[in-house]
Each structure stands twice: as structure tokens, then as C-alpha cells.
Design a protein around this ligand. Structure first.
Ligand SMILES: [Zn+2]
Ligand SMILES: [Zn+2]
Length: 81
């Protein structure tokens, strides 16, 4: 876990899996900007590109994207039959 350099707030992943896994429900997860390339601190609103937050645990999110792509591919193959 990493912390916002501006306000020191802990940065936690907002995806359903991480929210479920997290025992501390009081910590507000970071927010995605509309471009899905920018992360916004839930506490102070500091908005920076993903690369800038390089210490954040992004693996989970990347895995989700890959899984949804795989799922989509499989669905298209099934349609072709
Ligand atoms: Zn997550
Ligand atoms: Zn902050």
C-alpha cells in the first residue's frame, strides 16, 4: 500500500475484489478519472497519471482488464461456432 504524498492518506484499490478483501472499510479507495489513466486521491483530490503513482498496487486492476478481454474473446469465438 502506498500513501498520498500530499495528504498522507492511504491509497487503496476501488475494485470490488479489493473492497471485499479489505477489512478496513473506513478507508476510502482512490478514484479513477474519466480517462481511466488518472488516479485521484479520495481525501485531497490530488490527480496524477497511473505512472506517477507507481508504488500503488496496480496488479489487481491490470489482471481484471486482461480477464475481461479474454472473456470477450471467448464469447466472440463461441458466436462464430
Ligand atoms: Zn483491486
Ligand atoms: Zn491526498
Amino acid at each position: 500500500m502506498s500513501f498520498c504524498p500530499k495528504c498522507g492518506y492511504p491509497q487503496v484499490c476501488p475494485c470490488p475484489a479489493c473492497t471485499e478483501r479489505r477489512k478496513d472499510k473506513k478507508t476510502k479507495p482512490w478514484k479513477w478519472a474519466l480517462d481511466k489513466n488518472t488516479i485521484i486521491c479520495a481525501n485531497c483530490g490530488l490527480a496524477k497519471a497511473i505512472d506517477w503513482w507507481e508504488n500503488l498496487d496496480m496488479e489487481c486492476y491490470e489482471k481484471e482488464i486482461k480477464e475481461s478481454i479474454e472473456k470477450e474473446k471467448r464469447r466472440q469465438n463461441e458466436r462464430k461456432g
